[in-house]
Design a protein around this ligand. Sequence first.
Ligand SMILES: [Zn+2]
Length: 185
Amino acid sequence: MQTDWTKVLGWPGYRVYAYQIEEAGRHLTLWVRRKRGNRKLTCSQCGRRVYDIHAVYDRRVRDLRCFEFETSVVVELYRVRCPHCGVKGERSDQVPSKAPYSKRFEDSVGQACEGAAARQVARRMHLAESTVRAIDLRYLERWGARRRRPPLRHLGVDEIYKGKTRQISHGGVQSGDSRAVMVWS
Ligand SMILES: [Zn+2]
């Protein structure tokens, strides 16, 4: 069963070693640690490879929902002793920030913010609005910092129809018409 949960979770290099299903509360918890052979540790501060483990600890993060179950992952992570930075957390692809959310959970919040107000996303995902905004900021930073939906631009009609203005007869739009049109650029 743990092997099956490992497949369903799909965190590369990690395996599920315990799980709990709270049926009434619709909550799933998976306990996760590195697979044997996944021993490459990276300093979160400088990105260098490190070999010296200082401590092992558990972090509980919220991950994507599994059907009707809100899902938490308790992941075993290392604090490492980096020769350049001292004792730091290891860098984790799945849990890149200090906030209690997995990367793909934050991605899902950021993506939801592409098409809805933070307030609505917060209600849908049972999060505080301020949390949604903080997650969205990290999401944007991580993905090169630009909303995919660019800001509204004002364009003149002539600019939109690119010289075909004279052939347009509908709607009374003619060359020289000063009406501006809002478009998503
Ligand atoms: Zn370092």
